[in-house]
Ligand binder design. Structure first.
Ligand code: UDP
Length: 489
């Protein structure tokens, strides 16, 4: 039950799992600390998390979802396709984005009705700066990746060290970072590399971050302390590290393991494997690989001789790929070396299983944190956006990962040219290093485990992330109190 004096915060998530999941978990944490929470989203998006919200609400936490209608017909999408995880083509993704942008007016009207004390908004909605200003309330920018990536992008945009290099594959050093980090222009997001429709949009996002009350990061102090500091000094923004939110929000969730049923086939398969002997291979919710790359991954994994679980997106339309994969799956069933999960895996449960010993990841920030939380070393295979920055953090700063050698930051749908397909030999070699028993592999596993322990400590009472969340809530309460009476309608 909401009392007039209770702090009321609305959360506005973006409709892709990598953005939405951590924001929902953060919203749940606010509610568990007594904040009255409203999550604004559309029907089909809400259905991906509503169970947890209802369960929290029934346990007495003040949290609810406020639904708005997604304009499916207006953008030419069938009902229910509102989350980017369901977008099977770039065209559909674009339509989901368009539909979401059409909701700006209804969401603003809703803010006016709800009169929250604060808006926590995904970074992808820069327009909420003005909306919050009109309401006279603080806006909190939810940055869905690492401090490191935020600092790197900011400094690259500011100093443009990639301009005027002799080629796109020539290395440059990112200026102003506490570590020497090299990249090539080809590894930068397309909107930094070349001026395009998205450049102005991302500039607006960075501008909105500067004009916000502060930024929430799903990260923790021990993981990125240098970059946490750099954000505050170089970029001049107030920040709170409150992660890893996924393990925190679900910490007491007894249902986690039970909902699947003990008979889940992948679980039975994992249960037969020795501790830390299986590699989990996943490229997140948005990446779509082309046929040539799929074939190389299959052979690379098979040739490595190590056990693996691989999450593969089914392409209904690609007969030759499907036939190849079906044969591969059969062969792996016989050899018991590999297990394919089609389309969507219970990632957190697989990462937490004792048989899992490492992950091949596209370096999406959530997958990165989830692997880290399970104390797993990684093979980094960035695909697009911020993922190449995250790779640098994992490989060069934290030293808990082996790079597979990805060369080009792509739009997720784009076809790889022959020279950017990662070859089976490179994949098998990276797997051998990660899962092998030489000194450096062992040292990497020890470092990963240590970070996993730190990730667990930071969300315990008295830990850094725990304290930061309390601090933020207290700050917001003080702001609410200090608001002039005539503004408290
Ligand atoms: N995920 C999952 N099962 C899958 C693929 C992804 O549960 O088969 C989850 C994963 O645990 C993570 C999110 O989806 O929480 C993906 O976010 P991330 O930032 O790693 O990558 P993105 O999908 O945004 O590229």
């Amino acid at each position: 039950q909401q009392s007039h004096n209770q702090l009321h915060v609305t959360f506005l998530p973006h409709p892709s799992p990598g953005h939405m999941n951590p924001m929902i978990d953060t919203a749940r944490l606010f509610a568990k600390h007594g904040v009255n929470v409203t999550i604004i989203t559309t029907h089909a998006n809400a259905s991906t998390f509503q169970k947890s919200i209802d369960s929290d609400f029934n346990s007495g936490y003040p949290i609810k979802t406020h639904l708005i209608k997604f304009p499916s017909a207006q953008v030419g999408l069938p009902d229910g396709v509102e989350n980017m995880k369901d977008g099977t083509s770039f065209e559909i993704l674009g339509k989901i984005g368009l539909g979401i942008s059409m909701l700006q007016d209804p969401i603003e009207a809703l803010f006016q009705d709800l009169q929250p004390d604060c808006i926590v908004t995904d970074m992808m909605f820069p327009w909420t700066v003005e909306a919050a200003a009109r309401l006279g309330i603080p806006r909190i920018h939810y940055y869905s990746s690492s401090y490191f990536s935020n600092c790197a992008a900011h400094l690259i945009m500011k100093y443009r060290p990639h301009d005027n290099l002799v080629s796109d594959t020539h290395k440059f050093t990112i200026p102003g970072l506490p570590h020497t980090i090299e990249m090539t222009p080809l590894q930068l997001p397309f909107w930094i590399r070349t001026q395009s429709f998205a450049t102005a949009y991302f500039e607006a996002i960075y501008e909105s971050q500067k004009r916000s009350y502060g930024t929430l990061y799903n990260s923790f102090h021990e993981l990125e302390s240098d970059y946490e500091k750099l954000s505050n000094t170089t970029m001049g923004i107030k920040t709170w590290s409150v992660g890893p939110v996924s393990s925190w929000a679900n910490k007491d969730d007894e249902k986690k393991g039970n909902t699947l049923g003990k008979e889940a086939e992948w679980l039975n398969w994992l249960n037969t494997k020795q501790n830390e002997s299986v590699l989990y291979v996943s490229f997140g919710s948005l990446t779509r690989l082309d046929n040539a790359q799929i074939v190389e991954i299959a052979h690379g994994l098979e040739n490595s001789g190590h056990n693996f679980i691989w999450v593969v997106r089914k392409k209904e339309s690609d007969e030759s790929e499907n036939t190849f994969l079906q044969d591969f799956e059969e062969r792996m069933k016989e050899s018991k070396k590999g297990y394919i999960i089609w389309n969507w895996a219970p990632q957190l449960l697989i990462l937490d299983h004792p048989a899992t010993g490492g992950i091949v990841t596209h370096c999406g920030w959530n997958s990165t944190l989830e692997s880290l939380n399970s104390g797993l070393p990684m093979i980094t295979w960035p695909m697009f956006g911020d993922q190449f920055y995250n790779e640098k953090l994992l490989v060069d700063v934290l030293k808990i990962a082996v790079p597979v050698g990805a060369k080009e930051n792509k739009l997720w749908t784009s076809t790889s040219s022959e020279d950017v397909v990662v070859k089976r030999e490179e994949i098998a070699k990276a797997v051998e290093i990660l899962m092998g028993s030489d000194q450096e592999s062992k040292a990497m596993r020890v470092r990963a485990k240590k970070l996993g322990d730190a990730a667990k400590r930071t969300i315990e009472e008295g830990g850094d992330s725990y304290n930061n969340l309390i601090q933020l809530i207290d700050d917001l309460k003080s702001l609410k109190k200090s608001k002039p009476l005539d503004e408290k309608v």
